[in-house]
Write a protein that binds this ligand. Structure first.
Ligand SMILES: [Mg+2]
Length: 226
């Protein structure tokens, strides 16, 4: 049985089941957000034509990589990175994300089978919360219902992993954590340590370059499509 089917079966067999979903590079692909930012940065200038030819699939963890591979100068890369830092973590930008294929349907099934869905993200309140709930609503993820929680960092500067680790006892208080999904090995390791009996999924292939070594007990998954 596939991992996703096993999770659904376990939800149905567990009282007060809880499932945690990270957002960026897990249920949402951030490639189109990065592509949009490159095109905004390029404007009508020298990079406009090359930016128009880029695709969302080219963007991994480093949003400047498609510029670098096309011969951008150090100055251009630095200028883009400044633009990116000022815009990536904003309501206007997060609505550009596209759902990871199959993710909205799977989260809906998780919810309708009885789980409390917790969106646990390193996005922050005070700049990203409006775009986040707009995007979740627009793309058909469970929202505005009992058994749905959206958990964001209280401020931009708090470290993502530290923030997520701080929330785990409170999330555990909602019921039995059956499964977790995140693209960062460090977060997955923390879930695995907290809930060794859950199905803890290390999702996709995008993660920070200084990522921790994944716990061998983690389940690797490349797609929500079944
Ligand atoms: Mg993520």
């Amino acid at each position: 049985m596939s991992t996703l089917s096993t999770i659904l079966r376990r939800i149905r067999a567990t009282p007060a089941p809880v499932v945690i979903f990270d957002l960026d590079s897990t249920v949402f692909d951030t490639g189109s957000r990065n592509l949009g930012l490159v095109r905004q940065w390029a404007g009508a200038g020298l990079w406009a034509e090359r930016a128009a030819a880029m695709t969302a699939e080219e963007f991994g963890w480093d949003a400047a990589a498609p510029l670098i591979s096309r011969g951008a100068s150090a100055e251009e890369v630095a200028d883009f990175r400044t633009y990116w830092r000022a815009h990536f973590f904003t309501d206007d930008a997060v609505v550009l994300d596209t759902p990871a294929p199959g993710s909205a349907a799977f989260v809906r099934e998780v919810h309708s089978d009885g789980a409390h869905v917790v969106y646990l993200t390193g996005r922050h309140v005070g700049g990203m919360e409006i775009g986040t709930v707009k995007a979740l609503t627009r793309h058909g993820y469970p929202m505005w219902r009992p058994r749905v929680s959206v958990v964001l960092k209280p401020n931009f500067h708090l470290d993502d992993k530290r923030f997520k680790a701080m929330t785990l006892p409170e999330i555990g208080g909602l019921g039995t954590v059956v499964a977790t999904f995140d693209n960062e090995p460090g977060n997955c390791n923390a879930f695995q340590a907290q809930w060794p009996d859950a199905l803890n999924v290390l999702f996709g292939s995008v993660c920070s370059p200084e990522a921790e070594t994944p716990d061998p007990a983690l389940i690797r998954l490349a797609t929500f499509e079944r």
